[in-house]
Design a protein around this ligand. Structure first.
Ligand code: FE
Ligand code: FE
Ligand code: ZN
Length: 278
């Protein structure tokens, strides 16, 4: 069984997210570590974090995903922007390291005209500085749609970052179904082929989480616009196949679809029915 959940607001804290997840039938969730458009993080509340740590430890929840803000860019041309990304990520990790079982997902960044190779080198350098020995949180690179100068729009680019960063114990990949579709991979019709390619290039053992989204755009559009499950160009059938896939079982799958909580609850229910009807 896959763990299914959705993106939740973190404004009420960890305990509140655990209660919300339970109320919508979710056994995982995702949250932003701070305002996605930047800004200061809340102080760490050990008592509140203990609620989440307890649910992770007793198996009530599968792995949960903390998402870095969108505004950081670890491969900016501007060294101050890179420094800010490193500081933000290090601060996030210092807190997440206190809650075993939480992944830290981030967008690799935009190279801003320097070229993918330079971007890959800068991202890897940021990760090497971010992950000194001693921490434990596994950091996930998200597969991107390849919009503009985004790095991570192909499996090869993610592989190159992983190789250059050289911290296999601390790094993994989160596959976003909307992004890979928009990036040109045919998960709508050939999930097995895409997973084989992922395995060949990156290695399925490095796949730690899924963002489960439909896409408003045609395959290869490089746009990144999420649609509700079954309301886009990927379609319910293909997304149900992701949930059911034997190689993806045990992974947390998080919806980032345009929904409020009742919509998320309905999508989780729908996908669990599809999973049972294998
Ligand atoms: Fe993301
Ligand atoms: Fe995503
Ligand atoms: Zn997206």
């Amino acid at each position: 069984m896959a763990y299914l959940g959705c993106h939740l607001s973190s404004s009420g804290g960890y305990g509140a997210m655990c209660r919300t997840a339970a109320s919508i039938g979710a056994d995982t969730f995702q949250f932003f570590t701070r305002n996605p458009r930047g800004g200061r993080a809340k102080a760490f509340d050990p008592q509140d974090a203990a609620v989440l740590a307890g649910e992770l430890a007793d198996g009530a929840l599968g792995p949960v995903i903390a998402h870095a803000p969108y505004t950081i860019n670890p491969c900016s041309k501007d060294p101050r922007v890179r420094e800010f990304a490193l500081e933000t990520m290090a601060d996030d990790l210092s807190k997440l390291d206190r809650i075993p079982g939480v992944y830290y997902n981030f967008h690799p960044g935009s190279h801003g005209g320097q070229g993918a190779e330079a971007g890959i080198g800068l991202i890897a350098e940021t990760l090497r500085q971010l992950l000194p020995p001693g921490g434990r949180t596994v950091v996930l690179l998200e597969t991107m749609a390849g919009k503009g100068s985004e790095v991570g729009g192909s499996f090869e680019e993610l592989r190159a970052i992983l190789d250059a960063a050289d911290r296999p114990d601390r790094l993994g990949v989160c596959l976003d179904t909307c992004h890979v579709h928009d990036g040109g991979y045919d998960i709508a019709n050939d999930l097995d082929g895409v997973l084989e390619e992922f395995d060949r290039v990156i290695g399925l053992q490095n796949l730690r989480a899924i963002h489960l989204n439909d896409s408003k755009n045609e395959r290869g559009a490089r746009k990144d616009r999420h649609a509700v499950i079954g309301g886009g160009k990927i379609g319910l059938k293909a997304l149900a196949a992701v949930v059911r896939h034997p190689a993806l079982r045990q992974l947390p799958m998080v919806l980032e679809t345009p929904n409020e909580l009742p919509g998320y609850a309905a999508e989780i229910q729908l996908l669990r029915r599809e999973e049972a009807n294998a």
